[in-house]
Design a protein around this ligand. Structure first.
Ligand SMILES: C[S@@+](CC[C@H](N)C(=O)[O-])C[C@H]1O[C@@H](n2cnc3c(N)ncnc32)[C@H](O)[C@@H]1O
Ligand code: SF4
Length: 365
């Protein structure tokens, strides 16, 4: 399909119900950042290769991967269970010079720093705390996804000031937790409740993967956590097999045909060795195939990499559906997660995309 085909931009047309918050945000983003033309309220047409070079000067969020180790080996985990790639057998950790380069650059931009990609970030607490404290001090929002096992009283002072924080639990009973995550449920429960009662940031949530051995506890999990945290997050199981992975029991049917994924225009990942890569798909494929590297933060600023030729070429390839170049994207199912709906029911706000369902109390508009 050529770059001038209007079919390449179903993003805002056939796939998205008009008037959803996401639709409106996409339209605003497309008009402002990408220069797309809106020819009618619901139709945005004609993307050209030039679009690929129009984007924000800096990513909206930067995912910082501090290392490649975890203290658990959850049954479902791509990175630390039996299906892990051999890359995870040899510990790797971000160096202090790389940490300092990030501390020097991120506060210059209005962005969001996110931790908790394929490692347990609190295993790297000295570096995590140095980065998070510097960001908080300079007004950069910080997000953490953690398994909660390493939350301790002396760490709560920092953790309670993060902007958003998710604790991955996946069970509502000690037995199921032990089966799936293999850790000490009572301790994680206490850690999470202690933090929830003192959390000062914008949103704290607990998450649960819908998987065969835990599904029977899903409602109990929601009922227990909803009064105690800002949001309960349900994830569909991303099920790994020889040919890649797929979304098990999506919460929402994916759009009818492939849309351009927005990740390379919005977010980026800095790996432990300083390599800058694209999205969660590149994380999942680490050690399984060659992942695309846009540059290394030890040699260049993140801003230069984000605006540099490798990123530009990749974005153009994605729009062009040039799967020889954007080959990591060819079989990725996550592009569909850009599409979501919001429902208000019984005083709750429920947001769904194919991979995630978020339940929170509805607030006054
Ligand atoms: C890989 S973990 C890394 C951060 C931290 N160790 C934790 O567990 O929160 C990030 C998130 O991915 C989720 N996750 C891991 N494997 C998954 C899978 N196969 N399907 C869906 N979510 C998964 C985890 O439950 C967690 O919420
Ligand atoms: S705690 Fe997180 S990173 Fe560790 S094994 Fe479980 S899901 Fe994977």
């Amino acid at each position: 399909m050529g770059v001038d085909s209007p079919d390449l931009i179903p993003f805002y047309t056939a796939c998205l119900p008009p008037k959803t918050a996401f639709h409106n945000r996409c339209i605003r983003y497309a008009k402002r950042r990408l220069g797309w033309k809106q020819t009618s309220p619901q139709v945005v047409t004609k993307v050209t290769a030039a679009v690929a070079s129009k984007h924000r000067d800096f990513p909206i969020s930067v995912n910082i991967v501090l290392g490649n180790q975890c203290n658990l080996s959850c049954d479902h985990c791509f990175y630390h269970s039996r299906v892990r790639a051999s890359y995870f057998d040899k510990p790797e950790e971000m160096s202090w010079p790389t940490v300092r380069r990030i501390i020097d650059e991120l506060p210059l931009h209005r962005t969001f720093a996110k931790f908790g990609s394929y490692e347990e970030p609190l295993l790297y607490y000295p570096k995590f705390s140095e980065l998070a404290s510097a960001f908080i001090h300079s007004g950069v929002g910080v997000h953490l996804t953690t398994n909660g096992t390493l939350i301790r009283p002396d760490r709560i002072g920092l953790l309670q000031n993060l902007r958003t924080l998710y604790v991955s639990l996946d069970a509502a009973s000690a037995g199921t937790y032990k089966e799936i995550r293999g850790g000490d449920y009572e301790r994680v429960l206490k850690n999470t409740l202690d933090l929830a009662s003192s959390f000062k940031g914008i949103q704290m949530g607990t998450s649960f993967i819908r998987q065969p051995r835990a599904s029977h506890e899903e409602q109990a999990f929601i009922d227990f956590w909803l009064p105690k945290v800002d949001m309960v997050i349900l994830y569909a199981l991303l099920a790994y097999n020889e040919s890649g992975y797929s979304i098990d029991q999506p919460f929402l049917a994916p759009p009818p045909y492939r849309v351009v994924c927005s990740s390379p225009w919005l977010e980026t990942y800095v790996m432990p060795n300083g390599d800058v890569t694209l999205c969660c798909q590149t994380l999942v494929m680490t050690g399984r195939t060659n992942i695309p590297v846009m540059g290394n933060i030890n040699n260049q600023s993140l801003e230069r990499i984000w605006n540099g030729p490798s990123y530009e070429r990749y974005r153009a390839a994605l729009i062009d559906q040039d799967w020889d170049h954007a080959n990591i994207c060819r079989d990725c199912p996550i592009w569909s997660a850009s599409y979501y709906t919001v429902e208000h029911k019984d005083g709750l706000k429920i947001t769904r995309n194919p991979t995630t369902k978020v339940i929170e109390e509805a607030t006054e508009a």
